[in-house]
Design a protein around this ligand. Structure first.
Ligand code: FES
Length: 413
């Protein structure tokens, strides 16, 4: 039992100034379960979660060190916290226990660890967090009127973030529809970079209203360049075997974020060779008898060709259309070579559709940070880093300005 004086002192401890040290009530204990909860302690954000049903509460820094995804979208798997991005797993003390792309036997480097507060305790129905060492080894008693402090905003990336309506994207080619969606004499309304355009086909010629700098038909798609385009295209499509478009899918994830997620090899044992080319890069790797070649062009064109051990080839053409800040239309075309039948092609389309769907949902919605300096990169991330470089180069060219310090940051990372 504490004296009144002790209670008064406890009140003071529960409400230190932001950034101060002490114990902070962050959430009702009953509200903390197996889903990470974002809380604030001393003006700093944390996620709190129980890694075992009914077990102790764990508090960890709120961002995955890999690509800074918020860990509020992480899940608890086998007593660890598993990031929704690329599956890195973290123990209760923040230690990174696994990186799927490195394989099961790899030891993640220390820089892959999360930070943890000095202490976390449950008392009087509250979860208390002491971010830094404090003189009091136990939290104070909760008193009437105890409340959790407001959750601070997650820190913003230190450099530029590429969203869907960045003005520089006006100087690139963007797919806006399948070519066969616009018949002779017909019209089509499309959305691109926050604006609506009407396409018409007359005498085989496609025009846009309001006018744009460029309209073209290529790779089975219609493309617009709102302003004189810079940058480079994928090599013209030559797909082996039979091909099929997937139904276009709309997502709230920005195009650059989605493309970056697609680039993660996501399989153990991958060794990527990345060769920069004008406007993008080409990457090759082999994995368990599977040969993969990826051609990437900024901002949002990708082709992936795989040769499987049985000689079957499968290809993906992925073209992203940035419609609005919170809307991206995904155009995907798959092809199977070798001797695939109709059923296999349909199955392949389904597989790719599920792959794309699985990437979505847990990704940040603001845009892709182009300065990877704050992140942790491993050899398997080379393709993603090359993509940032290609995007940064496109933005510099589109702006028609000299490189800024931030551009150099991207190039140096
Ligand atoms: S594993 Fe967390 S962002 Fe990649």
């Amino acid at each position: 039992m504490r004296s009144d004086g002790a209670v008064a002192s406890s009140r003071a401890l529960s409400r230190p100034s932001p950034g101060g040290t002490g114990w902070f009530p962050v959430a009702r204990a009953a509200d903390v379960g197996g889903t990470p909860l974002l809380v604030g302690a001393g003006g700093r954000p944390w996620v709190v979660v129980r890694l075992r049903p009914g077990g102790e509460v764990t508090a960890l820094s709120p961002h995955c060190p890999h690509r800074l995804l918020p860990l509020t979208s992480a899940t608890v798997v086998g007593g660890d916290l598993r990031c929704a991005g690329h599956g890195w797993t973290f123990a209760a003390d923040g230690r990174c226990r696994g990186v799927p792309a490195l394989g099961p036997d790899a030891v993640p480097p220390p820089r892959a660890d999360l930070s943890a507060p000095w202490a976390v305790e449950e008392r009087d129905g509250w979860v208390w967090v002491a971010p830094d060492r404090t003189l009091h080894h136990r939290p104070p008693r909760a008193v009437a009127g105890t409340t959790a402090e407001p959750v601070p905003a997650l820190p913003a990336p230190s450099g530029p973030v590429l969203g869907n309506v960045a003005p520089a994207l006006g100087r690139a080619w963007h797919p806006v529809a399948r070519a066969d969606a616009l018949e002779e004499g017909g019209w089509l309304s499309v959305r691109l970079l926050g604006a609506t355009r009407t396409l018409q086909r007359r005498g085989g010629v496609v025009t846009a209203e309001p006018p744009v700098a460029g309209v073209r038909e290529r790779d089975g798609a219609l493309w617009l360049a709102p302003e004189p385009p810079c940058g480079t295209d994928l090599p013209a499509e030559v797909f082996p075997g039979r091909t099929q478009w997937l139904p276009a899918v709309r997502t709230g994830t920005p195009a650059a974020v989605l493309m970056d997620a697609v680039l993660d090899p996501g399989a153990p044992g991958v060794v990527a060779e990345v060769v920069p080319v004008a406007g993008g890069c080409t990457a090759r790797w082999a994995d368990g008898g599977r040969q993969v070649v990826v051609h990437l062009r900024a901002p949002f064109q990708l082709r992936r060709d795989e040769t499987l051990p049985d000689g079957t080839t499968r290809s993906l053409l992925l073209l992203l259309q940035p419609e609005d800040a919170d809307s991206t239309l995904v155009h995907a075309r798959v092809a199977l070579g070798g001797r695939p039948g109709r059923v296999q092609l349909a199955a392949e389309a389904q597989r790719v559709g599920a792959e794309l769907e699985a990437l979505d949902g847990a990704l940040p919605v603001t845009g892709l940070p182009l300065t990877p300096r704050d992140e942790v990169h491993l050899p398997t991330d080379r393709l993603g880093v090359a993509y940032r470089h290609a995007l940064a180069d496109l933005l510099v060219t589109a702006r028609g300005t000299a490189r800024t310090e931030e551009d150099d940051d991207v190039a140096a990372a």
